[in-house]
Design a protein around this ligand. Structure first.
Ligand SMILES: Cc1ncc(COP(=O)(O)O)c(C=O)c1O
Length: 412
């Protein structure tokens, strides 16, 4: 095995993120809400400012110098994403507004091209609402139906269960790589293999994966793979849809407008080529450039080193949380990544969140946009701590201290 390079941890990395220097309610910020969104390193902030100060103009619109600089930076960003996820071709990388937008694009476009009344879409119970609701909407339009892949007792998605669900009517399977509630790292390669064996394509929600581990869409075999920029240190309002050329070529555009056409008369439109066919109008292209800066930052830090560091912090957190009395931790997957959700006996999750906030500790509380999974877990909300490359064991100590304070305050 290759030795894992040392991440410049923790002080150097932390100093790259200006917001980590601020205080909240008089305490140093302990930011444990990274699954919701991540903070931005100086390199990304600098790049955004540089574009606006020095290279800003609309892309793919003009022959003038600034437009050419901006267009080039945007296409370079596409190349950076392509390389980051090892997509075969740049034109298979579509810039969208985020993971949700990417899934809506597939639901609308794939739905129009390939789904009919009576067809089935398999969606796992572990999904974020973003990977459930667009399929319900698509089913309403087409007359297809959603079939549910249940979560196992351990909190995993099982290939054998999936295999039994697939029928000749299954048109698409939609699965999350890493659960934003349980932290489960699903065996997505095996799940995809089972679907492909039956000739069914798979959409993978990678929103909680790309920032924590190497993703190679070719190795996984994903037909569609989506993620959001803001969860991997870039600006908000940018996301990625990777799709295999064969599928994207056959799918109609999602939105119409400037930039996605080859010609327009008053009678009709003919569409442009990939990827432009799916990028109507002026998108958030500065955010796309900031995404490339963020991916470069991640590459410089080293994904193997990031993973090793985050696994270490997570293991420390799980050990200490498990030692506490009166705590329920959800899921016990064989592979877990950067996320742990729990409840404190006798303390409502919102109250716990408020107590932690007063100590400068940011966690997510509530239903986490995962009502079906929470229903299965038998709870109406959880407390979630989620880690990124800049978190430390000291952050975990603060969390444990905050939980103990909540337990004391709400002791009956
Ligand atoms: C697993 C997963 N999928 C999709 C999303 C939606 O991402 P966005 O809101 O950036 O579109 C999230 C956001 O938390 C998520 O955790």
């Amino acid at each position: 095995m290759q030795p894992v390079p040392d991440l410049r941890m923790p002080d150097h990395i932390r100093s790259d993120f200006p917001i980590l220097r601020r205080k909240v309610h008089g305490h140093p910020l302990v930011y444990l809400d990274n699954a919701a969104t991540t903070h931005k390193p100086q390199a990304v902030l600098d790049r955004i400012l540089e574009v606006y100060k020095d290279g800003y103009s609309n892309i793919h619109r003009g022959v003038h110098h600034l437009s050419e600089i901006a267009s080039q930076a945007y296409e370079d960003a596409r190349k950076t994403v392509k390389e980051f996820i090892n997509a075969p071709h740049g034109h298979e990388v579509i810039f969208t507004g985020g993971a949700t937008d990417s899934i809506n694009l597939v639901a609308a476009s794939f739905g129009e091209a390939f789904v009919e009344e009576g067809d089935e879409i398999i969606v796992s119970e572990m999904e974020h609402h973003s990977n459930i609701v667009p399929w319900h909407m698509m089913c309403r339009r087409t007359g297809a139906r959603v079939k549910t892949l249940p979560v196992s007792e351990k909190g995993t998605l099982e290939a054998a269960t999936l295999k039994e669900l697939i029928t000749s009517k299954t048109r698409l399977v939609c699965l999350v790589y890493v659960s934003h509630v349980l932290g489960t790292v699903n065996d997505i390669r095996e799940l995809i293999r089972v679907c492909h064996e039956k000739g069914v394509p798979v959409l993978v929600d990678g929103a909680q994966a790309v920032q924590h581990m190497q993703v190679d869409v070719q190795q996984l075999g994903a037909d569609f793979f989506v993620f959001s920029g803001h969860k991997i240190f870039s600006e908000t309002g940018i996301g990625v849809l990777y799709g295999k050329e064969d599928w994207l070529e056959k799918m109609p555009p999602y939105r119409g407008g400037g930039g996605m056409i080859s010609s327009v008369t008053m009678e009709q439109t003919s569409y442009g080529e990939l990827p432009f066919k799916f990028e109507a109008g002026t998108g958030n292209y500065v955010a796309a450039i900031s995404l490339a800066a963020a991916l470069d930052y991640v590459k410089r830090s080293g994904l193997d080193a990031i993973k090793a560091h985050e696994d270490d912090v997570l293991a420390y957190a799980l050990d200490h949380l498990n030692e506490l009395e009166g705590l329920t931790i959800y899921g016990n997957p064989p592979k877990r990544c950067s996320v742990v959700s729990f409840n404190i006996d006798g303390v409502h999750h919102y109250d716990a969140g408020m107590v932690l906030d007063k100590k400068g500790i940011a966690v997510r509380t509530g239903k986490l946009c995962a009502e079906p999974l929470l229903h299965t877990l038998g709870v109406d909300g959880v407390i979630r701590a989620s880690f990124a490359l800049y978190n430390t064991k000291e952050d975990v100590d603060h969390l444990i201290g905050g939980i103990k304070t909540a337990q004391t305050m709400f002791k009956t």
